[in-house]
Design a protein around this ligand. Structure first.
Ligand code: IPM
Ligand code: MG
Length: 361
């Protein structure tokens, strides 16, 4: 089991160190190799995704990723900005299926900005298409407008597009995930989020998801416009089971969903390709404002390591052990600052990692 460890920038190094420690405490043999990515790689090699890092990632069974980005790189040319590293990895490894679970842990039900009764027991899964849509669509750029409201003016443009196979494969991923969840007690429903009332691309999306859905008679399918989905997520989030959507809508809705759970510091994610190779990262970013202070929450990264064991390395038992250990430390009342509330015990990044290792035993 070969793991590429890419901590990245900001709090990335601190939180990934805790996840590595947890992996090492399991009785499994891993080959782990670290690489630079994001701003850290730009500093050392002049590029956010150097050839050596890409090679390391391609040759690994799985990638454990921290976070990239820092405001100080915001003025660099776009191809040199840290975010390009994650976009490049998605593209070069074909990581088209992004799983972003939003689970509200019992002990954190008070940490959300929503009423506890709305989110207690929440367990939904957002599946975001990750290598298409307006994120990667060509052409894009700047030019002088030849038409529109201001011909002759400067303009910028991007291209929203999806091909049939791209939609079919992510739809299958969603229906299969819903089936697995149904076997474990969920409702067995896929909500496909689109903007078919306005966009050609998303009418096509809706038509094809509907077609694929016919192959899954055991799974219910409904469709929702993205604006309504954004509203329903905060109005009645527990009504969702599996949500499947395009790259840009998924980016937005998954951040919204993260807030339902109390803290974005708790949410892992998996980005998978067709060969079960995956990149596993916390849903949150590099948080440069708290980097190096030993206060970041490492649980999202530790839970991402659990997803890695389950999705890419075929070690479901070990994944369960980590998830149980995380619940145990929460039950002990241990909290990093982001999830702290009166009556609980505030711990550092390092202490939280150590507590999970202890709880594994
Ligand atoms: C995410 C992030 C990325 C995205 C950025 C960093 C490119 O927001 O993973 O959700 O937009 O996909
Ligand atoms: Mg995002």
């Amino acid at each position: 089991m070969k793991i590429a460890v890419l901590p990245g920038d900001g709090i990335g190094t601190e939180i990934v160190a805790q996840a590595v420690k947890v992996l090492q405490a399991l009785d499994l043999k891993f080959e782990m190799e670290s690489g630079l990515v994001g701003g850290a790689a730009y500093e050392a090699h002049g590029h956010p995704l150097p050839e050596s890092t890409l090679k390391l990632a391609k040759e690994a069974d799985a990638i454990l990723f921290g976070a990239v980005g820092d405001w100080k790189y915001d003025t660099l040319d776009r191809p040199l900005r840290p975010e390009q590293a994650i976009l490049g990895l998605r593209k070069h490894l074909g990581l088209f299926a992004n799983f972003r679970p939003a689970i509200c842990y019992e002990q954190l039900v008070g940490a959300s900005s929503l009423n506890p009764e709305l989110i207690a027991g929440l367990d939904i899964l957002i599946i975001r298409e990750l290598t298409g849509d307006i994120y990667f669509g060509q052409p894009r750029g700047r030019r002088i407008a030849v038409d529109g409201h201001f011909p002759g003016a400067e303009e910028a443009f991007d291209t929203m597009r999806y091909s049939r196979p791209e939609i079919e494969r992510i739809a299958h991923v969603a229906f299969q995930a819903a089936r697995k969840r149904k076997a474990a007690g969920s409702e067995g429903r896929v909500t496909s989020v689109d903007k078919a009332n306005v966009l050609e691309t998303f009418q096509f999306w809706k038509d094809i998801v509907t077609e694929v859905g016919l192959q899954y008679p055991d799974i219910a399918l409904d469709h929702m416009y993205v604006d309504n989905a954004a509203m329903q997520l905060v109005r009645a989030p527990k009504k969702f089971d599996v949500v499947v959507t395009g790259n840009m809508f998924g980016d937005i809705l998954s951040d919204e969903a993260s807030m339902l759970t109390g803290s974005i510091g708790m949410l892992p994610s998996a980005s998978m390709n067709a060969n079960n190779q995956g990149l596993f990262e916390p849903s949150h970013g590099s948080a440069p404002d708290i980097a190096g202070k030993n206060i970041a929450n490492p649980l999202a990264t530790i839970l991402s390591a659990a997803m890695m064991l389950r999705f890419s390395l075929d070690q479901a038992k070990a994944a369960d052990r980590i998830e149980t250990a995380v619940k145990a430390v929460l039950a002990q009342g241990l909290r990093t600052t982001d999830i702290f509330s009166t009556g609980t015990t505030r711990v550092s990044t390092l202490e939280m990692g150590n507590a999970v290792v202890q709880a594994l035993k």
